[in-house]
Design a protein around this ligand. Structure first.
Ligand code: MN
Length: 314
């Protein structure tokens, strides 16, 4: 999706992993073209978790008519978008001519690399419900100019644990490896815990991790967690001790090697310099580089104004 209300100037994101901790960052309520969303990343004080640089959560929502999601064609560079649904449907179309209909359990992964444009919208017909997540992964210096692409994965590996099931969305967990393409050491898993059950979920000790409760009442280290709050865990943890209190619960685990690069983010671009952002913006405005999304019926999104002021380096 698109970051519709960027700051006027680019924001500098420094990779600053902490030692093992439990830091609660409640989602900040904002909206995406009228759809209420909670922004969990970036937050002040916590810009990156491994290579994860953006996370919006939306729904649960019931609707009788219209399209709660209708994001017109817009460009991306330097990142991957991860679209993950818990309920409902979304259709992706991009400037490579690729189309993917998203549904719960299906990963839509777009690699922007040097540049791509896409749209995302609620299809017709639909089930009248919506609950999902939109995440971005920053590409490392060595791969950020890669060719754009789009992958859909309908059969992600699922690990069965006593009292829980974990879908490995990206990277590796519990000995299972996601088929989705990753460019730096990373993990994303949806962990569904049965009512009243406890699970010890092993972690990569060198990774930086975060947990986001999505449904039900989950507890971590015996602390009850709030839905749509990002719990930053730092590095150095060997396992997650999760429990479902009362009914079943579902959480998202995110992690990766500390990114180690300072990125510059503005609108839908992840870059390293102001000049790159200006060039990407100008290319979009001039109809260069990104191509067009022929399958979308309507106008594309114009780039917001950009103030190319010097970026403060911490
Ligand atoms: Mn997008």
């Amino acid at each position: 999706m698109s970051n519709l209300a960027p700051t006027a100037a680019a924001e500098s994101f420094v990779s600053e992993p902490s030692a093992a901790t439990l830091e609660a960052l409640p989602g900040r309520l904002t909206d995406l073209a009228g759809l209420p969303i909670r922004r969990l990343l970036p937050r002040s004080g916590r810009r990156l978790v491994g290579p994860w640089c953006f996370l919006d959560s939306y729904g649960p929502l019931e609707f009788a008519a219209g399209k709660p999601i209708d994001v017109a064609p817009h460009p991306h560079v330097g990142l991957q978008t991860v679209s993950w649904l818990l309920e409902g449907e979304i259709v992706h179309n991009d400037s490579l001519g690729l189309r993917g209909s998203g549904a719960p359990g299906v990963l839509n992964l777009m690699t922007a690399g040097r540049g791509i444009a896409h749209s995302e919208e609620t299809p017709t017909p639909n089930g009248g419900r919506l609950r999902g997540l939109q995440l971005w992964v920053a590409l490392p210096e060595t791969h950020r100019g890669t060719a754009p692409g789009f992958e859909q994965h309908r059969n992600l590996p699922i690990a069965a644990l006593p009292g829980a099931r974990a879908t490995v969305i990206l990277g590796r967990a519990l000995g299972l490896v996601s088929p989705a393409q990753a460019f730096s050491p990373i993990v994303a898993a949806e962990i569904a815990i049965e009512a009243g059950c406890r699970v010890a979920f092993p972690l990569e000790r060198d990774f930086e991790h975060a947990v986001v409760p999505l449904q039900g009442a989950a507890a971590l280290d015996a602390r009850t967690l709030e839905i749509d709050t990002l719990y930053y865990l730092g590095t150095g943890r060997r396992e997650l001790l999760l429990a479902a209190e009362g009914g079943p619960a579902c959480v998202l685990l995110l992690g990766g090697a500390p990114f180690g690069e300072t990125i510059l983010m503005w609108w839908n671009f992840v870059a390293r310099t102001t000049e790159e952002i200006v060039a990407a913006r100008e290319d979009w405005e001039a109809g260069r580089r990104f191509g067009s999304v022929a399958a979308y019926a309507g106008e594309r999104l114009p780039a917001p104004p950009f103030v190319a002021r010097p970026v403060a380096r911490p």
